[in-house]
Design a protein around this ligand. Structure first.
Ligand code: ADP
Length: 481
């Protein structure tokens, strides 16, 4: 594989291309800020060409048999897993998370291809009783057409494949814009996809200016759907820009996950769950525990266990053995997170540990615990996206639910309790798209990931995920005379 072909060029109509004027963006390693690649900064005309390419490929791709699409997706899945070590290395290099997590991300990503390869052949419609004499009524699922896909940096390949795999399985073609911080693993994935037999134009990868590319995709009459994972702010821009063409939009936006530890919880299990739900990817995921609510009677013992666990986390390069805290994605994220901690302390929170840059590595934030946090403090009112635990004490179940639901977000939520009655009461009362009960994990290719309120709309994963890329067609067939 030539490094030039994979990492320094975009992929449009099956060709590796540079920008028309030679402009590039640098991609940096977040651990040491070294430049690892440059990718093209495509011009407007080139984005239109990418749309044209997806549009031209649409008819023949939707006319392939589902078995043919399954075969190509399966081959792609196998090639990705064969290259898993290389992809895992690449994600550590461009994104910074510990290598054990990047290997997990590759497996998680491949699981979406595995699932949707099979869903391609199970996209069954329905026949339903006709309301008319001498008639048959059928329902079929057809591909929506050309899809514009915009992905974030925190799971560079998983967020990409979670959208591209169901789109392709349904018979759609796409134009994908990966995040400017982490475009390399998506480029490598598509290179492997072409080798697996994805025809030219079916998946196009464009890099460059996010707002410019997003606007063109949203406003184009040749793009039938937008699927986005990222911030609420950008999600709203895309929804607005898609309004004139009334495009279908899937939005996976921010979260503000409560993680509630009741006094009847297994505290050791709750601690294990929290370490995963909080510190995965240095806290930079939309399903990370954002507010940790702990019932007062178990607060001291839980805080003490948590402090031991957090202090023992090894920090360093994602390539180093045993590391669980790597660098933040960039300096801006690091400085913002430290500022949030400083203001929390000024407002009355107690810094138990962390709150500053790691002494040995200036790109790493020490894993942090803030206790005595009140729900109305700034630190408890925002999506942290950082390795910061905010401990919010509560007295009663009612109070915990009130705090947990008092947010504009509604993505993931978690709670720990050993009481069967409480488990039903609390899961019914939580106003979230996903609830983890006695677990810190909710993401799986087989489950419908997604949120409510300002966390967005639409689902990814499971059969629901492929339906996001399908239009329902109802036909009434009159066979009288
Ligand atoms: P974050 O704040 O986590 O970086 P963003 O929502 O800003 O999240 O970015 C997620 C993705 O959205 C990236 O691929 C980024 O380039 C893209 N993006 C940012 N601004 C816009 C925009 N105005 N229109 C379309 N895409 C955008």
């Amino acid at each position: 594989m030539s490094a030039k072909g994979i990492f320094n060029q975009c992929i449009v109509a099956g060709e590796f291309i540079d920008s028309e004027d030679g402009a590039t963006n640098s991609v940096c390693n977040p651990f040491d800020a070294s430049i690892i690649a440059t990718v093209p900064k495509l011009g407007e005309q080139q984005i239109h060409q990418a749309i044209e390419s997806a549009h031209s490929a649409q008819q023949s791709w939707r006319n392939t048999t589902p078995q043919a699409r399954r075969a190509i997706l399966r081959k792609w899945h196998d090639l990705l897993l064969e290259a898993k070590e290389q992809i895992a290395d690449l994600i550590v290099t461009e994104q910074g998370k510990p290598r054990a997590e990047t290997l997990g991300e590759v497996a998680y990503s491949a699981a979406y291809i595995d699932l949707y390869a099979d869903e391609a052949i199970r996209l069954n419609g329905e026949t339903i009783p006709a309301a008319f004499p001498n008639a048959d009524v059928t329902i079929e699922y057809e591909p929506v057409g050309v899809v514009g896909i915009i992905t974030p940096w925190n799971f560079p390949i998983a967020m990409f494949l979670r959208k591209v795999a169901p789109a392709l399985a349904a018979g759609c073609t796409c134009i994908v814009k990966p995040d400017e911080n982490t475009p390399l693993s998506a480029l490598l994935a598509v290179k492997l996809g072409l080798e697996a037999g994805i025809p030219p134009g079916v998946v196009n990868v464009v890099t460059g200016d996010g707002p410019m590319i997003g606007k063109i995709l949203c406003e184009s009459n040749k793009v039938n759907k937008i699927s986005f994972t990222g911030s609420v702010e950008v999600g709203k821009i895309l929804a607005r820009q898609s309004a004139d063409t009334l495009k279908r939009v899937t939005l996976e936006l921010g979260g503000d996950a409560p993680f509630i530890v009741f006094d009847d919880a297994n505290l050791d299990a709750a601690l294990d769950g929290l370490m995963v739900a909080k510190f995965r990817n240095m806290g930079q995921t939309c399903v990370c525990a954002n507010r940790v609510l702990v019932q007062k009677s178990v607060l001291d013992s839980f805080t003490s266990k948590l402090t031991d666990a957090v202090k023992s986390m090894k920090r360093g390069s994602g390539f180093d053995e045993g590391v669980s805290i790597g660098p933040m994605i960039h300096e801006g994220a690091l400085n913002k997170s430290i500022g949030v901690c400083e203001r929390a302390v000024e407002q009355g929170a107690t810094l138990v540990t962390g709150g500053k840059k790691d002494d040995a590595h200036s790109t790493i934030m020490e894993p942090t615990i803030l206790s005595n946090v009140k729900p109305d403090m700034e630190v408890a009112q925002q999506e942290l996206f950082a390795p910061i635990v905010t401990l919010i004490p509560f007295e009663t179940e009612e109070e915990a639910l009130e705090i947990a639901n008092d947010t504009k977000f509604g993505l993931a939520s978690y709670f720990y309790s050993e009481s069967a009655k409480r488990i039903f009461r609390v899961k019914n009362a939580l106003q979230y798209g996903m609830v983890g009960v006695n677990t810190g994990v909710v993401s799986s290719a087989l489950a419908p990931f997604g949120g409510i309120k300002e966390s967005g709309y639409g689902r990814e994963g499971s059969r629901h995920g492929i339906l996001e890329y399908c239009n329902m067609k109802y036909t009434n067939i009159n066979h009288n005379g």
